[in-house]
Every structure is written in structure tokens, then in C-alpha cells.
Design a protein around this ligand. Sequence first.
Ligand code: HEC
Length: 207
Amino acid sequence: MKKFLKWLGIAVAVAAVAGFLAFLYFIPPFDSIPPEEISRGAGEAGPDLAAIADPGERAIAERGRYLVTIGSCADCHATPGPQGPQLKEMYLAGGMKVSRRGVGTHISMNLTPDAETGLGKWSDDDIKRVLRNGLAPDGRAIPGHVMPWPAFSNWTEEDRHAVVTYLRHTRPIAHRIPTPTPDVVVSDPTAQDEGLGGKDYAAADAR
Ligand code: HEC
């Protein structure tokens, strides 16, 4: 009996180790999911670029779409809704709260070409400067912890130009985001989750 239990114990141990190894073997390798796959939903929610008549501009805008997809712009500049981010209806219209401990609480901005609430009145250079060094036209320094411009500052000028060209072809959406108040203390460490949890932080007059 003792012998039997010993062998049973060994068999269980071997089965457990083999099972764990099989589990490791069969789970998908996390790191090899390409960025265009992770943000695919957001990328596909963008505008149809086939309507751009000039083939050169169309190619540049396509490049911009690729960069906006892998740069995850639409993941943060999405408008949260009760069913999750409203990727298509509110494409790049912003309103998601991004909080970082020690940095502050920020609301993602409206990147659509709407003149009053989006980037309509920004020059191409104004947008490129934000992507290059986080400086807004009014002199505000946008923290790299909430808006990952340090990652975009490695892009070439051609790439930043492609992003701007693409943004200009998105649908203008009126959605006013409150003016940033950089010194807000992070009161809610789970705020990032609210992007998925359904609250739109647009200004009260523009929901
Ligand atoms: C991790 C979240 C996140 C990602 C990813 C992100 N942004 Fe932002 N972005 C923000 C937040 C938050 C702000 C507002 C910062 C503030 O309060 O000043 C912002 C601000 C901006 C602004 C300034 C707009 C304004 O009205 O002040 C531009 C332009 C911008 N982002 C473009 C982009 C582009 C283009 C991409 C993708 C290449 C991108 N962002 C990716 C979070 C993000």
C-alpha cells in the first residue's frame, strides 16, 4: 500500500509538471502580438481613405493610419461609453481620463478636425510639435507620462507629417474637452480603468 501511494504521488507530480509544461507550450506568446493586431479595432474604426483623389496624399494618409494604429492614439483619444470605447462613432474625439500618480489627471483631447473643440485651428506644425516634444501651442508642457510623445519623438518628420495628414481626413466631431489643469492631484488611482468603464469626461456643455 505504501509503495502504491509512493508511486501514485510520483505519478501525480509528473502529471502536474507535464501539465504545466503543456500549458506553457500552448498559451500564445504575449510579446509577439504585433501592435497593429492589438489596436486593430481602433485602426479599422478610422475613415475610408479611398475617397482621397490624389494618390500621393492617399498613400501618405494610409501611412498615417498605420502610425496612428500602432501608436495607440485611438486607445486613449477614444470617448468612453457604457459599452466601452465608442471607437467608430466618436473616432479620436477624446474624453478619456488618464491619471498617473505624481503627474496628475488628464483628459485625452479631441484630435478630430473640428474647428471649435478639436485640432481644426491648429497648424500642421502645432500638431507635429506636440508629437516631437510635447509642447502645446499655448506653451503648455504636456507630460510624457500621460501622452506618450517621447515614444513618437523618435519618428521621422515624414512620419509625423503622415499622422497629421491622416488626422485631417478624420470626421470632425464637436466634443469639447475641459482645459487641462496640470496640477490636479491624482485622487483616483484606478482612473485609467474608467476609460473602459464607460465615463466620458468631456466638458459639461459638449456631451
Ligand atoms: C496613453 C494615452 C495616450 C496615447 C496613446 C496618445 N495620447 Fe495624445 N494625449 C493624451 C492625453 C491624456 C492628452 C492631454 C494632455 C493634457 O492634458 O495636456 C493628449 C494630448 C494630445 C495632443 C494635444 C491636444 C490638445 O488639444 O492639447 C495631441 C495633438 C495628441 N495628444 C496626439 C496624439 C497622437 C497623434 C497619438 C498617437 C500617435 C496620441 N496622442 C497618443 C493621451 C494619449
